[in-house]
Design a protein around this ligand. Structure first.
Ligand code: PHE
Length: 445
C-alpha cells in the first residue's frame, strides 16, 4: 500500500494525536469526575494510571499501527494473518462509532453554548437560571439533534479532507490556540478571590480516598477515556506514521500533553467554582450550568465564556475527527470506498445511532439502563467496558502474539531493561488490572 497517506511532519502528527486525546474528557468529564472523587487524591491516581498503564498502551497502539501500515483490522491481523483476532479491529471500529454517537451529542451542547455566548443570548437567561436553561435545552426533542448534526458535519468535512489536508491542518491550527486559551483561563481563575480553596482541592490529596476502590475505577476509566486508548485511534494514526518519527518520545508527548491539559483545565475550573462557593460535586452539569453562572458574575465574563465554549467545542471536534477516522480508514481499505463516501456513510450512521442519546433527556427520558439514562449509560459502558476491553486486546496482541523480539524492536525502546518492563506491563499488569475493572463494572450493571 505505497500510496497510503502519511503525516507531513512529526509536529503535525503529535498535534493531531494530542488533538485526539484532548477533548470533552479533559475539560467536561475530568472536572466533574475529579470533583466527585475527592479532587487531589483522584488526580494522583489518575496520573499513576496514565503513566503506568496508559503510556505503555499508547506505545503499543502506535507501534502496532505503524507496523501494519493499514487499518485496525490489518493491525490485529498482522501477528498471525487470517486468525479470528482480526475481528478485534472490526469490534473497535464499531466501538468508535458508538462513542461518536453520544460524544457528538455533548459536543453539540458545547457548540450551542459557544454560539449563544458569542451572539450574546446565553447571557440573557440570567433570570431563569442556567439550571432550567440547560434542562429545557437538553429535553427539547429537536434542538440537541440539530447541534449534534452540525458537529458531525464539521467532523466529516475535516475527515473527508484527508490525513494531511484535513486532520493535520486542523490540529496544527487549533491545538496551539486551545493551549493558549486554557492557560489564559487558568491564570484568570487562580487570581480570583478565594481561588485558593479550589487549587487546594485539586492539588492537596485527601489520602483516605486512595483506598476506595471506586476512586481507583474512576481514575482508571478517566485515564483511558482522556487519553483515548483502546479504541484503535492510535492504531490508525500510527499507521500514517513514517518510520523516521521517534516512537517512545511521541507517546510521551501525547501523555504529557493530555495530562497537562487536564490539570490546567482543572486549574481553570475549580478555583472559579470554589471562589463562588459552589459544590464541586455537581456532576456532569458542571460545565453547562455552574460555569455560565460564574461567567455571568465576573467582569469580562462574557468574553471568557466565549473562549471557554469555543475551547470545549474545538477540543471535541479534534477528538471526533480521530474517532471518525478509525471506521473510515477501514471502509476505504476493505471496501475500496472513496474517502468522501466512507465519511458520509459513517457520519449518517453516527447520527442515526446517536438519536437515542440526543433524546435521552427529552422524549426518551423515561428509558433507564440500570440506574442511568441512555447517554449516561453509553458513557459508562464506553469508559468502563469498551475501552478497557480494547486495551486488553491491544496489550495481548503486542505482549503475547507478537514475538518478544518484534514487540521490543517495534516499540523502539532502546534501553533493554525498560523494554522488558514495558513488555511485562503489557503482558500481565494491563490485562489483570483491566479485567478487574471490567468485571467490577459488569457486576454493577
Ligand atoms: N480522549 C478524548 C477526550 O478526552 C475522547 C476519546 C475517546 C477520543 C476515545 C478517542 C478515543 O475527550
Amino acid at each position: 500500500m505505497s500510496d497510503r497517506e502519511q503525516w507531513s511532519s512529526q509536529s503535525g502528527f503529535i498535534l493531531a494525536t494530542i488533538g485526539s486525546a484532548v477533548g470533552l474528557g479533559n475539560i467536561w468529564r475530568f472536572s466533574y469526575v475529579a470533583g466527585e472523587n475527592g479532587g487531589g487524591a483522584f488526580l494522583l491516581l489518575y496520573l499513576m494510571y496514565i503513566f503506568l498503564i496508559g503510556l505503555p498502551l499508547v506505545i503499543a497502539e502506535l507501534a502496532l499501527g505503524r507496523r501494519a501500515q493499514g487499518d485496525a483490522i490489518a493491525a490485529f491481523d498482522g501477528p498471525a494473518p487470517g486468525s479470528s483476532f482480526r475481528y478485534a479491529g472490526v469490534f473497535l471500529g464499531a466501538g468508535a462509532v458508538l462513542i461518536l454517537s453520544y460524544y457528538s451529542v455533548i459536543a453539540g451542547w458545547a457548540l450551542k453554548y459557544f454560539t449563544g455566548a458569542a451572539l450574546g443570548h446565553l447571557w440573557d437567561t440570567a433570570a431563569e437560571g442556567y439550571g432550567s436553561y440547560f434542562q429545557s435545552f437538553i429535553s427539547h426533542t429537536g434542538e440537541p439533534v440539530i447541534w449534534q448534526t452540525a458537529m458531525v458535519i464539521a467532523t466529516a468535512l475535516v475527515v473527508a479532507g484527508g490525513v494531511r489536508g484535513g486532520i493535520e491542518t486542523l490540529s496544527r491550527f487549533l491545538m496551539p490556540l486551545l493551549a493558549v486559551i486554557i492557560t489564559g483561563l487558568a491564570i484568570f481563575a487562580v487570581t480570583l478571590p478565594g481561588a485558593r480553596n479550589g487549587t487546594a482541592f485539586l492539588l492537596a490529596p485527601d489520602w483516605s480516598a486512595l483506598v476506595r476502590p471506586e476512586v481507583h475505577a474512576a481514575a482508571l476509566g478517566q485515564a483511558f477515556f482522556s487519553l483515548g486508548i483502546g479504541m484503535a485511534v492510535f492504531l490508525t494514526y500510527g499507521s500514517y506514521m513514517p518510520r523516521s518519527f521517534p516512537l517512545p518520545r511521541s507517546a510521551a508527548a501525547i501523555a504529557i500533553g493530555d495530562t497537562g491539559f487536564a490539570i490546567v483545565a482543572g486549574l481553570a475550573i475549580f478555583p472559579a467554582v470554589f471562589s463562588f462557593g459552589i459544590d464541586p460535586t455537581s456532576g456532569p452539569q458542571l460545565a453547562f450550568i455552574t460555569l455560565p453562572q460564574i461567567f455571568l458574575q465576573i467582569p469580562g465574563g462574557a468574553l471568557l465564556g466565549v473562549a471557554f465554549f469555543f475551547l470545549l467545542s474545538a477540543a471535541a471536534l479534534t477528538s471526533m475527527v480521530s474517532l471518525l477516522e478509525v471506521p473510515v480508514a477501514m471502509l476505504v481499505q476493505r471496501l475500496a470506498m472513496s474517502r468522501r463516501r466512507a465519511t458520509g456513510l459513517v457520519g449518517v450512521t453516527v447520527l442515526v445511532l446517536g438519536l437515542p442519546s440526543a433524546m435521552s433527556f427529552g422524549l426518551l427520558s423515561e428509558v433507564r439502563i440500570g440506574q442511568n439514562g441512555i447517554l449516561d449509560a453509553a458513557d459508562a459502558a464506553v469508559s468502563n467496558l469498551l475501552l478497557p476491553i480494547g486495551g486488553i486486546l491491544i496489550a495481548l496482541t503486542v505482549g503475547w502474539r507478537l514475538s518478544q523480539q518484534d514487540a521490543i524492536s517495534e516499540s523502539e525502546l532502546k534501553h533493554p531493561r525498560l523494554a522488558y518492563i514495558w513488555l511485562w506491563i503489557l503482558r500481565l499488569l494491563v490485562p489483570l488490572t483491566l479485567i478487574t475493572i471490567v468485571l467490577q463494572s459488569a457486576s454493577m450493571l
